[in-house]
Design a protein around this ligand. Structure first.
Ligand code: ZN
Length: 151
């Protein structure tokens, strides 16, 4: 039996986007077509107020850069173990990034991508309340994706 590997076209795995005013720009490379990427949300009050649809592919790569980094907020709360990148000018929430032993890792808000409509899966809401910091960091190490901040 031969294993049929379907290789998606490059353009369905490479996504661009950014914030509303154009200061922050992102590139997201995924190993699967957008509809095959599960989307997540969590029950924290930050996620409930922004209602993001988060995507992370450990086999992909997230890159972010900005015209003016002074307009990029690195918002921290709760366990203070990751930065929520938000544009100070237009308010768009881009991604959460965390410096881990293996390097920088991120989860990305699919709503900031130009082709956001192609991410069709319904965001599964997870309750991470009560998780220990150790559990949280090992979950992120397994599930979040490699990230590069270009500044
Ligand atoms: Zn902006």
């Amino acid at each position: 039996m031969t294993l049929a590997l379907s290789i998606p076209k490059f353009d369905c795995m490479d996504h661009q986007g950014g914030c509303h005013c154009g200061n922050i720009r992102v590139r997201l490379a995924l190993s699967k077509p957008p509809e095959d990427n599960p989307l997540r949300a969590c029950t924290c009050s930050f996620c409930r107020s922004h209602n993001p649809r988060m995507v992370a592919d450990p086999g992909g790569l997230f890159e972010v850069w900005a015209d003016d980094w002074s307009l990029v907020e690195n918002y921290r709360f709760g366990t203070q173990t990751c930065d929520f990148l938000i544009c100070r000018r237009c308010g768009v929430f881009i991604a959460a990034v965390s410096e881990m032993a293996a390097g920088l890792r991120a989860v990305v808000n699919a709503n900031c991508l130009i082709d956001r409509e192609r991410f069709k899966s319904v965001a599964a809401v997870h309750d991470f309340d009560g998780e220990t910091i150790e559990t949280r960091l090992s979950r992120r190490a397994a599930n979040w994706m490699p990230a590069i901040i270009r500044r």
